[in-house]
Design a protein around this ligand. Structure first.
Ligand SMILES: [Zn+2]
Length: 137
């Protein structure tokens, strides 16, 4: 349910990052690494805002994440409307990367607190794919 149009209007503001979807379909969360300055980005970026080069490589991201904060979303962009209300988390990944992602419905709102250990994982939803924060296995 919902999120079918992932990438069209949600968390990815950059274009040229469609490989992310194919990786997610294979069950891998990937970011991009700038080939020039080696800086790692998630969500992926086609261009490095740091050194302004556009040579990037796709690298798998270790999904280990720590919750920083979260919010309950009642009013979402059109592509996400059917899924409301849902919980959107801000989490810190390894390398200090920060990600906004929906939190799995398997996790009770009462369990959520800062520093909670989570894992960022691809999630199939109908024809589409997106990623979400889940409980570690
Ligand atoms: Zn760079």
């Amino acid at each position: 349910m919902g999120f079918e149009k992932f990438g069209q209007s949600g968390y990815l503001s950059q274009t040229k990052v469609t490989p992310l979807i194919s990786y997610l379909e294979k069950g891998v969360v990937v970011g991009t690494r700038c080939k020039n300055c080696r800086k790692l980005y998630f969500p992926p970026r086609a261009d490095c805002p740091d050194c302004r080069k556009s040579e990037v490589e796709w690298v798998p991201i270790d999904g280990k994440a720590k919750l920083i904060t979260f919010t309950q979303v009642y009013f979402a962009p059109p592509a996400f409307e059917q899924s409301t209300p849902y919980i959107l988390g801000l989490a810190e990944l390894d390398h200090g990367l920060r990600v906004f992602a929906p939190i799995s419905r398997d996790i009770d709102l009462k369990e959520l607190k800062p520093d909670l250990e989570l894992v960022l994982k691809p999630k199939q939803a109908g024809e589409g794919v997106f990623y979400q924060l889940e409980k570690p296995a």
